[in-house]
Design a protein around this ligand. Structure first.
Ligand SMILES: Nc1ncnc2c1ncn2[C@@H]1O[C@H](COP(=O)(O)OP(=O)(O)OP(=O)(O)O)[C@@H](O)[C@H]1O
Ligand SMILES: [Mg+2]
Length: 261
C-alpha cells in the first residue's frame, strides 16, 4: 500500500455560505513534490491552512504523517515546515538571528541548533552573510533564508505557498534545485506556484478551480492525455471548458425561470 505523508478526504471549507474548498481528496506519497496549481482565489491557501492545522475544516478528513487534522494539530505544526510568499522574516534581525529565532520557537537545544544553522546557511548559499540584516538581502537570498527558517526543526513535510512569487528566474532555478535535493532526501513537499516551468518539475500536479480539484496527474500523464507539453494550454483548456459549462448552466437557469417552471 502506498504510504502517504499527506492525505485528505472530502475536505471542505465554508466561510458562511461561500464554499472556498469543495470536497477535495488527494494523497501525497512520502518524498514526492506535489504542485498545487490553480487561479487566484481557487482555494489553494485555504487547503494549505487546513493541512497545516491552523484552520479547522467544515467537513472531511485529513492526516499529515498519520496525525489527524482535527485532533493532532500541535503534532502537525511540530512536524511541518511552512513558508509563504510573505516571507515571515524579521528584516531588522541578522541572518543568524532569524535562524536563532525560529530555532527558539521549536525549542531546539543550543548544540543542535548551531549544527543545524551551519547546514542551512550552507544550503541557502548564505555563508559570509551571517551578520547581514535580513532586510538588506536580495529577494532571492531572503527567499532562501526563509526556506532555511522553515527547515530549522528538520520537518519531514514542507509546505510552500507561492515561495517564488516575484523572484527572478535565476534565483527561482536555484531555489528549485534546493527543493529537488530536499525531496531526494525524503522530505515531502507541497508547493503552490503560478509558474508552469516550476509545475513541470513536480512529481504530481493537482489543479484546483473554484474550490474543486479538477485533475491530478504526473506532468507526463497530463502531457500525454492532452497531446501537448504546454501545461499552460492544458489548464486554460480545463478552465475554458468549465467556465463555458458554468455559463451554460446559468443560461439554463434563466430559461427555466423565464418559462416559469
Ligand atoms: N477567512 C476568510 N473568510 C472569507 N473568505 C475567505 C477567507 N479566506 C479565504 N477566503 C476566500 O476563499 C477563496 C479562496 O481563497 P484562497 O486564499 O484559498 O485562494 P488561493 O487559491 O490561495 O488564491 P491565490 O492564488 O490568490 O493565493 C477566495 O475567494 C477568498 O476570498
Ligand atoms: Mg494563496
Amino acid at each position: 500500500m502506498m504510504e502517504y505523508a499527506i492525505e485528505i478526504q472530502n475536505l471542505t471549507k465554508k466561510f458562511g455560505s461561500f464554499t472556498a474548498v469543495n470536497d477535495i481528496s488527494f494523497g501525497i506519497p512520502k518524498g514526492k513534490i506535489f504542485g498545487f496549481l490553480g487561479p487566484n482565489g481557487s482555494g489553494k491557501s485555504t487547503t494549505i491552512r487546513m493541512i497545516c492545522g491552523v484552520l479547522s475544516p467544515t467537513s472531511g478528513r485529513g492526516t499529515v504523517l498519520g496525525y489527524d487534522m482535527y485532533k493532532d494539530t500541535e503534532r502537525i505544526k511540530q512536524n511541518i515546515g511552512y513558508m509563504s510568499q510573505k516571507f515571515g522574516l524579521y528584516e531588522d534581525l541578522t541572518v543568524d538571528e532569524n535562524l536563532d529565532f525560529y530555532g527558539s520557537i521549536y525549542m531546539i537545544d543550543a548544540e543542535e541548533l548551531a549544527a543545524r544553522k551551519m547546514e542551512l546557511i550552507e544550503m541557502a548559499g548564505l555563508a559570509g552573510k551571517e551578520k547581514a540584516l535580513a532586510g538588506t538581502l536580495s529577494g532571492g537570498m531572503k527567499q532562501k533564508l526563509a526556506l532555511g527558517c522553515a527547515l530549522i526543526h528538520r520537518p519531514k513535510v514542507l509546505v510552500l505557498d507561492e515561495p517564488t512569487a516575484g523572484v527572478d528566474p535565476v534565483s527561482r532555478r536555484e531555489f528549485w534545485k534546493v527543493i529537488t535535493e530536499l525531496s531526494n532526501s525524503g522530505i515531502t513537499i507541497l508547493v503552490t506556484t503560478h509558474y508552469m516551468d516550476e509545475a513541470s518539475i513536480c512529481d504530481i500536479i493537482g489543479f484546483i478551480y473554484n474550490g474543486s480539484l479538477i485533475t491530478m496527474d504526473t506532468p507526463e500523464g497530463l502531457f500525454n492525455k492532452h497531446n501537448t507539453r504546454n501545461l499552460e494550454d492544458i489548464f486554460i483548456e480545463y478552465v475554458s471548458k468549465l467556465s463555458s459549462k458554468e455559463v451554460e448552466l446559468s443560461f439554463k437557469d434563466i430559461r427555466i425561470k423565464r418559462s416559469g417552471v
